[in-house]
Design a binder for this molecule. Structure first.
Ligand code: NAD
Length: 338
């Protein structure tokens, strides 16, 4: 059985990655569109076979409650709008899949969790890397002890943010819509990875930030932020996040027997794993999978089988709490306990 998904926000990521991925889904299909642009919605509705009566604007979105073809609302709006649309979707009795980062603040995340609990609907955060084969393989190897005892992790995520060249970057430099800068958008991949790779929750963070306030891009949000995390077992992680350096999306996990490198680690289509030890390095070949379709199918399966998603609202909230601690550490120059 295929559940019906309403796509809220027909921007770059929705159009270029997520909507095309539905063709590879076993349990999910697009049955409604929500957009502020009627022409764009009409064109995409024709392309994806969505009925005209299932096109909504942001104003009449709440009437989606009367549409039985919609089971799940997938929110692909700027971060600052995730909370409002999650609450409205829950009130309409629809299950919610929301993009990462979950929301601007822990308070907003909690509101989303509470609204979905109250409405008895599922809430999942779209952490695609947790549905991607190379990342899942890395986790499995670590759990099996292939690296020995994990001692440390380094993780880097960055790219050049450029609102003059990419319309999708316009909201990313506005605090109200983005919640913050590179850490919210990209550093979250490093942060989330340290948590799923270790299976532990950090207890202490430190951070340094560097943003050129004369650069119009960084008037409201941060550019570079480096942070370190201490985990209960003694693992240390060092992460970097940047909006002013050429694209990077990688991590390396160091054990007392071997290391595992994934570079890229969180690309859309391409992953590269290397494992090294005292005898040398070897490339790991694995088949690339459609992480977007896997994520959408997981959401649908959770609804169909009444299961809690692997990346529920609580998972999103944990990262946003840690992000706030990282910002505090950067601001005060002090270690922050979490
Ligand atoms: P985008 O700007 O291309 O898309 C956002 C859409 O929201 C646009 O269609 C825009 O018209 C619409 N919108 C509605 N109300 C708006 C308002 N008040 N202000 C601005 N835009 C408004 O951005 P995007 O890159 O597609 O990102 C959308 C979401 O997807 C974000 O939450 C982002 O973090 C997430 N994202 C996730 C990934 C991933 O790999 N999981 C990748 C890219 C983006």
């Amino acid at each position: 059985k295929k559940l019906g998904f309403a796509i809220v926000g027909l921007g770059k990521f929705a159009q270029e990655q997520m909507m095309p991925a539905f063709k590879d889904c076993k349990h999910a299909r697009i049955t409604a569109l929500v957009s502020g642009s009627p022409d764009k919605a009409k064109k995409l509705a024709a392309e994806y076979g969505v009925e005209a009566k299932s096109i909504y604007s942001y104003d009449n979105f709440d009437s989606i409650k009367d549409n039985p073809a919609v089971d799940v609302v997938y929110i692909v709006l700027p971060v600052g709008l995730h909370a409002e649309y999650t609450v409205r979707a829950a009130k309409a009795g629809k299950h919610v899949l929301t993009e990462k980062p979950m929301a601007n603040t822990p308070e907003d995340c909690q509101k989303m969790i509470d609204a979905c609990k109250k409405a008895n609907v599922k809430l999942m955060v779209a952490y695609r890397a947790q549905y991607e084969p190379f990342n899942l393989d890395a986790i499995a190897r670590i759990r099996k002890g292939e690296l020995g005892k994990v001692m440390q992790i380094t993780a880097d995520h960055g790219r050049i943010v450029d609102p003059t060249g990419d319309k999708a970057d316009t909201w990313r430099i506005q605090k109200k819509l983005a919640g913050g800068g590179s850490l919210m958008d990209l550093g979250i991949y490093s942060l989330n990875a340290t948590r799923y790779l270790t299976g532990e929750e950090p207890v202490e963070v430190t951070a340094l930030e560097m943003s050129d306030k004369a650069d119009p891009r960084f008037k409201e949000v941060e550019d570079r932020i480096h942070f370190t995390l201490r985990f209960p077992s003694g693992i240390l992680a060092t992460c970097t996040s940047s909006y002013s350096t050429e694209g990077v999306k990688r991590y390396r996990v160091f054990g007392d027997k071997a290391w595992l490198d994934l570079d890229p680690a969180t690309d859309y289509y391409k992953h590269n794993m290397t494992i090294g030890d005292k005898d040398g390095e070897r490339k790991i070949s694995l088949k690339e999978g459609n992480q977007f379709a896997a994520e959408l199918d997981h959401m649908a399966e959770c609804v169909l089988q009444n299961k809690t998603p692997k990346t529920p609202g609580e998972e999103g909230l944990k990262d946003i709490r840690l992000i706030m601690a990282i910002y505090e550490a950067a601001r005060t120059g002090k270690k922050v306990k979490v």
